[in-house]
Design a protein around this ligand. Sequence first.
Ligand SMILES: [Zn+2]
Length: 298
Amino acid sequence: MIQEITPKVFHNEFANITEPPAETDVIFAFQGRFLLCRQEEDGKMVFPSVEDFRPWLTREREEKAPSGELLRYLFCIDDTRYYLYRGDTNGYAPETEEALAGFSFEKLFTLRTGYPQDVCFAAITAYHLYAWYRDNTFCGRCGGRMKHSETERAACCPSCGNIVYPRINPAVIIGLTDGDSIVMTRYAGRETKGNALIAGFCEIGETAEETVKREVMEEVGLEVEDIRYYKSQPWGFELDLLMGFFCKVKGSRDIHMDERELSSAKWIKREDITSDPNGISLTSEMIHHFHVHPEEFA
Ligand SMILES: [Zn+2]
């Protein structure tokens, strides 16, 4: 999965780093769901270093930046520090920005086919933080301008005292099985075209296990039993924390698909599955796990 970068180590502890970044530190800049990068022919992802970024790091820009800073320290992986470019407007790199030589704004989705994995994980995690910083420029309670806490990752409102911590959306991925078969789905109207599993967001007031039961009923009209937790995954693409569960169908296995959410939902036999042992998503790992561990699903 994308976050599995051993032996490298991801350090996301809060640090109020104020000294200037080193020339070799890496900067992520976003325009909505596009990020500044270069993908080489073999799939390697390259992001601008502080040295590459010098033309944009001017005092004039810093004075105009509404957040009072052009760069914000995010986290490090081993000794590489990663920064977010905050831009001239609310966290955006301006649309009119002249191109940074050798880089262009590409779809976030590019990260799903790129390497090295630790750098792609850093980029998508930076996207999650970028979206949070951007969306908390102003206080949602009183409309005042938020400030960054100097002691923790939090946006604080000096006017009303509101404190906003990074927001993570919990969601479940569900491997619904019946002996040697698993339900595979395809989503209607999404970028992801491949096979997926049933999935959905936790609603306020329910447990993750209750989300599993509700989503299976809503998406394919089936009841479940024997719900077992598998693993979790931070998924910055959608600002999520994904929690994977396997469960068994209870009673009828006749699918009644929700056509607003899905374009297809079918029972697929183990022998008809092709799975990827090195997939970056929890979904692909769960499909692979079902494929190669028949003894767990007898
Ligand atoms: Zn406020």
